[in-house]
Design a protein around this ligand. Structure first.
Ligand SMILES: Cc1ncc(COP(=O)(O)O)c(C=O)c1O
Length: 408
């Protein structure tokens, strides 16, 4: 139930509003403890907003009942059933329970898909800017990573709109690549890919026989009312034999430390996945607490998620308005996710994250870690309280004023 006061603000929103940097530092999350001193943590993809009451209750109950051991098959079965229900109700995608496997996290499933479904030496295609580990993981398995820088066009409101470079993806597939890593919704630019884009990727995948690993971990976090997340595998043109979908409750409900993700595959992709020794090992590595938290999130955590999305959307709009006033900075504001992608090249900054951390006390992620062409960009995390967001913006504005020699 959402409780609102006379100003229309919910009690949850009021609690978020009053969060302070000091409180966050005392709590000691990675986001707030990596950079010591008076630094606002706005980098790694964690939220400062806790998790849903239903998830908290499930964790407490697991502790009370001593459910801290190995994964009971009945619990993993319930996660798979809830995943099927959630995909159907939230995105209209019909999945069979047998097509869902549990894993500790999305990245271990990417590693397993690379080792079991691509031959050594076959390159992995990653459209950039990309979530940083996508660029590192292929090398760990002796695969080359082909970065395909994406393209931008001005959108109707003048801000840049990011699009996959489909010609670049096709050229990479034509070299004999073993896998395409798709990220939808897209970290760090926050795009929700359209049916036309997904269909174009599916057509290329079928033409060249290149499997697609579709990372949909941010799907619960679509911010725009009029937009819907479309699972890649739900598109009629996507080939089940060539499609893997990875998802988790970990971003939407802010529980990545609980280690429970899901891989969805059918057709030959699933048969190969099921036969792979590494995947068999991974299936028993998801945590019981994470599984119980996932069940609670998907079944009973949707009201909380709705409020959080509304709150992040307001943060996004606040940040958009404030950064639009900074000459030389061009923000891409997310349609989904809680991440904003800032083009700071107009400020003459090659390493803007370093600049804002050292000169402004705001820790963000550096653009070059998202692909070699993205120097001059940085990624800002919007999932925080309004007071902290205001403080972040003030610090960034002051740092830019000092940079341009204007006293504040
Ligand atoms: C697109 C994307 N995929 C995967 C992950 C990490 O997921 P996991 O912790 O399940 O490996 C993140 C974390 O930020 C992410 O943004």
């Amino acid at each position: 139930m959402v409780v609102t006061d006379t100003n229309g603000s919910s009690s949850l929103a009021q609690a978020f509003d009053s969060l302070t940097p000091q409180q966050m530092r005392e709590r000691g999350s990675l986001k707030w403890s990596q950079y010591p001193g008076d630094v606002v943590g706005a980098w790694v993809a964690e939220m400062d907003l806790g998790t849903a009451p239903a998830v908290e209750a499930a964790i407490h109950q697991a502790m009370r009942h001593g459910l801290l051991g190995y994964m009971p098959p009945s619990v993993s079965q319930r996660v798979r059933e809830e995943t099927v229900r959630y995909q159907r109700e939230a995105f209209g995608w019909e999945v069979e329970v047998e097509q869902v496997s549990l894993l500790p996290d999305v990245l271990s499933s990417l590693s397993a898909v690379i080792t079991s479904h691509t031959s050594e030496g076959s390159p992995i295609i990653v459209p950039t800017p990309a979530y940083m580990p996508f660029l590192e993981i292929p090398g760990r398995h002796r695969r080359e990573c082909i970065e395909v820088p994406s393209v931008t066009r001005p959108s109707r409101d003048g801000s840049p709109s990011w699009e996959l470079d489909l010609d670049g993806v096709e050229a990479a597939m034509a070299t004999g690549a073993g896998l395409l890593v798709l990220c939808n919704p897209w970290n760090p630019v926050g795009r929700v890919l359209t049916a036309a884009e997904l269909d174009a990727v599916a057509a290329l995948s079928s033409k060249y026989g290149v499997p697609v690993f579709s990372d949909e971990i941010h799907a619960p976090l679509v911010l725009e009312d009029g937009l819907v997340h479309l699972p890649y595998a739900s598109r009629p043109g996507s080939d089940p034999d060539l499609t893997f979908t990875a998802t988790a409750a970990s971003k939407g409900w802010n529980i990545p430390g609980l280690k429970c993700a899901q891989l969805i595959a059918s057709g030959r992709a699933r048969r190969r996945w099921d036969a792979d020794a590494r995947s068999a090992h991974l299936k028993v590595e998801a945590s019981v607490v994470g599984a119980l938290a996932t069940i609670a999130a998907l079944r009973d955590g949707r009201d909380w998620l709705g409020e959080v999305r509304t709150y992040i959307r307001a943060n996004r709009d606040l940040v958009g308005a404030a950064l639009a006033g900074i000459e030389g900075m061009e923000p891409t504001l997310p349609e989904a996710t809680y991440l904003a992608w800032l083009d700071c090249r107009g400020l003459g900054l090659e390493r803007p994250a370093r600049f804002f951390r050292e000169e402004g006390g705001v820790a963000m992620n550096e653009g070059v870690t998202f692909g070699r062409t993205w120097s001059g960009f940085c990624r800002l995390n919007l999932a925080t309280g309004r007071g902290i967001e205001d403080e972040t913006l003030n610090r960034m504005r002051d740092a830019v004023r000092r940079l341009s020699g204007v006293s504040s």
